[in-house]
Design a protein around this ligand. Structure first.
Ligand code: FES
Length: 106
């Protein structure tokens, strides 16, 4: 069942924001194309919030050691991160986002 993030669709384009679902931190991005993407907020390298990093297209850069991740697949694209991060399916419902575990919908 999808979890509702109230007001999350108001996030401006090009920005990242951290949310929590049942205490689990999620990083939501509103990419320049207009899509919303969501991944686990904790870097797979060390305990670092990715929402404090930078968005580059559909990729996110960790602010601590600058590993890049695909926000579409969760794949670690550069060192020092080697393990992927979890991705979530995102649907827009008015001003809210509906988040579900699993591959990101197109
Ligand atoms: S903590 Fe993210 S790359 Fe090291």
């Amino acid at each position: 069942m999808a979890e509702r993030l109230a007001g999350a669709a108001k996030l401006p384009r090009g920005e990242l924001q951290r949310f929590e679902i049942d205490g689990f931190p999620i990083c939501v991005a509103h990419v320049e194309s207009g899509r919303f993407l969501a991944v686990a907020d904790t870097c797979s390298h060390e305990d670092q919030s990715l929402s404090e990093g930078w968005l580059d297209g559909c990729q996110i850069e960790c602010p601590r050691h600058h590993a890049m991740f695909s926000m579409e697949t969760g794949e670690a694209l550069s060192y020092p991160a080697e393990e992927p991060i979890e991705t979530f399916t995102v649907a827009v419902d008015g001003d809210d986002l509906l988040i579900e575990r699993g591959a990101v919908a197109a």
